[in-house]
Design a protein around this ligand. Structure first.
Ligand SMILES: NC(=O)c1ccc[n+]([C@@H]2O[C@H](COP(=O)([O-])OP(=O)(O)OC[C@H]3O[C@@H](n4cnc5c(N)ncnc54)[C@H](O)[C@@H]3O)[C@@H](O)[C@H]2O)c1
Length: 333
């Protein structure tokens, strides 16, 4: 059994909570949340702060507001815990650096919850690309166009930049794109806040150049109820309605891939020929569960971390560049 603490029982914390409680090889050692009614609902010993925890644990899942990730991670490492912290790894690159250094100094792992890398659609896509089934990726078009309910922004920490779609949602896409296509070497874009008028980017298009030569455009908004976005297309998130529509098209030198349906077009040598379409089978896995199992494997020394704090720091750096490139007029980062 791997004994885990959980800090934060909000939107994503509740999902971690249920998955830990349901898993036969994980034990919920305790729940930390400053709001008494939140921790009372957790079916585990509740604590107001990490300093109050009076029982042993092997690791901690941190699912608290982004600005608390760094101080909580540093405190957990000092207690000898391994850490799985939600994305973004931190609110600033400096805080991410402090977390990386502390993990190294304590000899403990800091993993980051970019859980799409455990999604079977994403792992299968990576295999297809790595096998070169449709040649080399050239250009990619990605959409994330959802409408968040207005109440989402009633929680204070989500009202500002930390709650905007770039840091909250595109960061998942950035992590996935880096995993698939390499490092980002240039970012440009345009953004707007024309719908809600909030002091953050609400919509826009970013264009990324990768060191592999791939160019990716990402068009995004959190104010548009469309069927296009990773979670809507894959059905990964119980809070986001499933549509089954593709949200990414990958154009390669010998064909193309639609995602997450993983429909592969191939066999055409030029526009004079119609490419053939083939479907790809994908296994069923719950990525958040797979991520917890991986965390347990890392704690036990059975695996190396898939997503380290250092890796997630690079994803944060690109995300902050996108945010900078898409800031609406009059809004500062
Ligand atoms: N991986 C994903 O798909 C995903 C989805 C949503 C949110 N997130 C990330 O998870 C984090 C939390 O987001 P959310 O929407 O669940 O937030 P939330 O506001 O719904 O919940 C946060 C919870 O943390 C508690 N909390 C606040 N400070 C705390 C502290 N110092 N110690 C312990 N608990 C504390 C709050 O009382 C609340 O219960 C954010 O960093 C967000 O970016 C990730």
């Amino acid at each position: 059994m791997t004994r885990l603490l959980l800090a934060g029982t909000g939107l994503i914390g509740h999902r971690h909570l249920d998955h830990i409680l349901e898993h036969p090889e994980l034990e919920l050692a305790g729940v930390i949340d400053p709001v008494p009614e939140n921790r009372a609902a957790a079916r585990a010993p509740g604590f107001e702060t990490l300093a109050d925890v009076d029982r042993p644990a092997d690791g901690i899942v941190i699912a608290t507001p982004t600005g608390t990730h760094a101080p909580l991670t540093l405190a957990a490492l000092q207690r000898g815990l391994h850490v799985l912290v939600e994305k973004p790894v931190a609110d600033t690159l400096e805080n991410a650096d402090a977390m990386i250094a502390a993990g190294r100094d304590c000899g403990r792992h800091v993993l980051v919850g970019h859980h799409r890398r455990y999604h079977p659609c994403v792992t299968t896509l990576k295999q297809l690309l790595d096998q070169g089934r449709v040649g080399r990726p050239v250009a990619v078009s990605l959409l994330w166009l959802m409408r968040k309910p207005d109440e989402y922004f009633d929680i204070a920490w989500r009202a500002g930049m930390n709650g905007g779609p770039v840091r909250q949602n595109l960061i998942h896409d950035v992590d996935m794109l880096r995993w698939l296509f390499g490092e980002v070497v240039e970012v440009t874009g345009l953004g707007s806040n024309a719908v809600r008028g909030a002091a953050r980017t609400e919509s826009g298009t970013a264009v990324l150049r990768f060191d592999s030569g791939v160019i990716v455009s990402i068009t995004f908004a959190d104010s548009t109820p469309t069927p296009w976005g990773f979670e809507a297309g894959s059905g990964e998130n119980p809070h986001i309605a499933w549509t089954g529509q593709d949200c990414m098209r990958i154009a390669c030198t010998e064909g193309a891939i639609e995602f997450p349906s993983l429909r592969v077009w191939s066999g055409a040598n030029s526009w004079a020929e119609r490419p053939d379409l083939s479907e790809t089978e994908v296994a069923e896995t719950v990525p958040l569960v797979r991520q917890l199992e991986h965390f347990a494997d890392v704690i036990a020394g059975r695996a190396d971390p898939v997503i380290t704090a250092r890796d997630a720091r690079e994803t944060l750096a690109v995300t902050l560049e996108i945010e900078r490139a898409t800031l609406p007029a009059g809004v500062s980062q």
